[in-house]
Design a protein around this ligand. Structure first.
Ligand SMILES: N[C@@H](CCC(=O)N[C@@H](CS)C(=O)NCC(=O)O)C(=O)O
Length: 221
């Protein structure tokens, strides 16, 4: 059975959403981010990203990771490409060409979008969004997101989904990366195709199921 290491309040949410979409049975091993703990290496600390037992799974000390038979994988977006390809169906590419586009859009999300959206979400996580420095960080990230969002806006003109005529792993991966910027409503108001598309993605039952479980997870540990 597929094992997912992580917690829902992390990038593991992407993999949990994917597993829901595919109707996969999985075992979830809760691994907390070490940065959320005062003494991650103490004997009483829950399993976390700096624990030797977890570093044996992912020497990078990051969640999510998966074990699937003999395969151990890290990198949330790559895990989703793997699960889509392994389990097939509409979320995966029907042709080599579609497969190439799913990979392209996923790498685009990781390289062109995520560094900026993470700056935004971390500013909020650290409670700095109303500080002068925090406001400047968010404004700079929003400026850097203008070009990728404009590109996505024109790509989505007259389209419901990123690749082909259906929801795929590319939609899921990009929607999860962009979710980190959703606090910035004006960014989405300025890109109505992107706004309507992300709402479509987030209205899917599998997304709602993932969010329902995430909502039950404690914010503080
Ligand atoms: N590129 C990696 C990034 C993984 C990552 O940075 N995960 C964070 C949680 S969202 C983490 O494990 N941080 C370790 C920590 O905070 O201790 C991926 O997409 O899987």
């Amino acid at each position: 059975m597929l094992t997912i290491y992580g917690v829902y309040r992390s990038r593991a949410s992407r993999v949990y959403w994917m597993a829901e979409e595919l109707g996969l049975q999985f075992r979830s091993v809760p691994v907390l981010q070490a940065r959320r703990l005062v003494s991650p290496l103490s004997d009483e600390a829950p399993l976390n990203t700096q624990a030797p037992d977890f570093l044996a799974v992912n020497p990078m000390g990051q969640i999510p990771s998966i074990k699937d038979g003999d395969v151990v994988m890290h990198e949330s977006l790559a895990i989703n490409l793997y699960l889509a390809r392994k389990h097939g169906g509409p979320l995966s590419g029907k042709t080599v060409e579609e497969d190439g586009l799913l990979t392209m859009w996923t790498i685009w999300a990781a390289s062109q979008v995520e560094p900026e959206t993470v700056r935004i979400v971390l500013t909020y996580d650290n409670g700095l969004e109303n500080s002068e420095g925090g406001k400047q960080t968010i404004a700079a990230a929003c400026r850097s997101l203008r070009r990728p969002l404009a590109a996505l806006e024109s790509h989505l003109a007259g389209k419901q989904w990123i690749v082909g005529d259906r929801f795929t792993v590319a939609d899921l991966n990009i929607a999860e990366v962009l979710r980190y910027a959703q606090s910035e409503g004006a960014l989405f108001d300025a890109h109505p195709n992107v706004k309507a598309w992300i709402e479509r993605c987030q209205s899917r039952p599998a997304y709602k199921a993932m969010q329902a479980t995430r909502g039950k997870e404690p914010m503080e540990v």
